[in-house]
Design a protein around this ligand. Sequence first.
Ligand SMILES: [Zn+2]
Length: 679
Amino acid sequence: MKNFNIIDLFEEEELTETSNGEYNTICPSCGLQGGRTQGFHLFPDTNMAYCHSTGKNFNILETAALKLKIINCVEGRDSGEKGTPLKGELFTQTLDLIKEKYGEDFYYNLAEGLGLNIIEKFMDIEYDKDGSILKKTISIDKVADYIISKHNIKTVEGTKDESIYIYEDGIWTRKGRGLITAETEKLLRSAARNNIVKEILEKIKRKTKEDKEDFDIEPSNLTCYNNGVLDFNDIENIKFIPHDKKYNFKTKIPVTYKKDADCPLIKKFIKETFYECDVPQVQEWIGFHNLKPYLFKKAVICTGPKNTGKTVFLNLLSRYVGEKNIAGLSLQKISQGKTFDLLTLKNKFANIHDDLSSKDLFDGGGFKMAVGDGEITGEHKFGDYERFRNTAKMTFACNKIPPVKEVDDDAYFDRWLIWIIEKVVPSEERDTDLINKLTTEEELSGLLNWGLNGLSRLFKEKSFSNERTSEENKDMMVQNSNTLAKFAAERLRFAAGEKITKDDMYNLYCDFCNEQIPKLAPVTKRKVGDNLHNIASYILDSREGKYRYWGNVKWVECSDVSDAPQNNMRNILGNDKNIIYNISPCVTSVTENKTNKKHGNTIKRKKSAREVQFLEAKECQNIKANCTVEEVLDWIKSNPGKTITDFYAALGDGSFKFLAELIKANKVKQENNMLELIA
Ligand SMILES: [Zn+2]
């Protein structure tokens, strides 16, 4: 016996050491006193024991059986006798009890010491009449039954292969084959030959067969998490219930539900990364991922330059949902709707793709089908087709929305939630470890709670907060993808009789591109000439002799957000959007009537804070400028040749009110982004 000694079966206080290094104790069976007298004697060198009352000998396993009251000391062996009282059932029972009482490590340690004897539990043994073993064969049934009793196993037959699932921590995974092989190895040791292992595997498969259709059914309104299940049957009263194998979950969101957890770091990150008016949508979108059915027909595009937190957000969403629960199909592949590709969406919580290509933005039909609760068809590698409901919520990202083809497809544009993420984090403020700080267990538990609040609101309102119409989405996508359209929407207005020379217009356009964050690449002068009047139909393409100009148009410094929903306020007023929010305390709320085509009725849409402040700022009397009108005049006078950008950098954002007044009163002229006093 290598690792194990007979005295380990006893507690230290039960033992009295004798002068020659052996031990006395009380006989576990008859109770004959040990101590000073010789009651029950232990021989650590040979791992044997002797009862002075009955005069019988016991090996280590028999001694354990005495302690476990399986045999008594009259049943021991006489000196030199080879047979054991622990036969058949008694042997099995002893091993089971040893494992139960002393634990698995002790048990396998003992087994190691006993050599192959351990597998006798899994053997069919024939004895002759005096108890000697005649024949031993491994019982495939006993091993299979033992492994089945120890684990939850289900074998699900596919058309061309079958999967052995085991249930662990709330979900069924396909780890069955590996587990059974390892268990067999552990139980049978050197007797675990290939053919035996294979036979055991086949036996377990036959004994645990499960109907595929039954096993595929998971309750659609329940979702599994690390420590239990959320029941969404009543969104107003979401319940947290224990794991149960009966739900047949194959996946879980790897987050621990904690009723009171909060996520201060994630909330701070989201507040700093997204426009304020988009934050409720972000919250609802995260909440939406907890529920499998795709009940709201929306997909997300995050667009903006690098180093804006866009990728961190996608990684945060991925870690929340769990890498295993994500497909990564491009929009193009989804649009093409190839069944082989679509199968990868099955049972996923999300589809996240970080690189929208220019081939993407038209729909071959697959996209509209996949976004929503409709059934789609997937194809297995062996050519079997399968219908399933897509559950993978679609999130795409791009630096810039690729050119949008001129398609008149309201249903397509209506599918999008578009988030512009454009606050570039300066390199000295970038935290390469941010994602790890945001995804601690506690933060993710807090994100779950935060998302659940969004989910409740989504169901209550039956739509996402601040949803745009399909027309608004289309405008936004066109402008985001087309610098000239963006320029026209933000800076040009109809003005009967006014004109701008073609040279000036091109310079204005180039300046505009140059001012954007990040800078945009302008198209050629010729393209502007060919396309501008198509983009802004009120513009006249005119000439007077050599003098070529655009007619019926004026340039505006501030854009009107009602024309340009994604308006980039910060490009005009500086980089700190908090300043923007603070300059207009007089405005409380503005609502406007908008026809929502989807529902066919008129709804009141509350304007976002960003929109309200932009619209109202020009009229607002209570703007707290951080300078005076005299300072504005002084600065322009003493800084000839400086641009408007320099002007705002010097005088602050509030100064735009005075500048607008001075221009209106013809005291200051603004040309090509330069300011000049009019004498
Ligand atoms: Zn005894």
